[in-house]
Design a protein. Sequence first.
Length: 113
Amino acid sequence: MSDCIFCRIVRGEIPSKKVYEDEHILAFHDINPLAPVHILVIPKAHVASMAQLEPEHEVAMGRLMVAAGRIAREHGCADGFRTIVNTGRVGLQEVYHLHLHILGGPDPLPPML
Ligand code: 5GP
Ligand code: ZN
């Protein structure tokens, strides 16, 4: 996806504050943080949303979930954090390259709807 903003971040065409990278996933700070810790974790291979996931994505998505917990702990979220994946129009997804939000304190986050 040549014009996808997160694919462009993966390729290094747009700068980002990376916190973790391996062959399957990339994690970087959200440009507009909504909490003291706000990190996005994405599969490097383009997939538009959770609704488009196929069995071929299982390795990358497994890697993503395990890494997310470790990244959260490493960024001061030992007392907990929230993860969100917004999907599609109803989920108010803005960037159509699947991403997991990690949101953390130190104080408790506002309740969800
Ligand atoms: P969504 O609403 O799609 O779940 O969230 C998209 C997120 O991507 C938003 O929190 C937004 O701030 C973040 N974002 C959008 N463009 C960029 C960018 O160019 N760099 C970074 N680091 N984050 C971005
Ligand atoms: Zn993409």
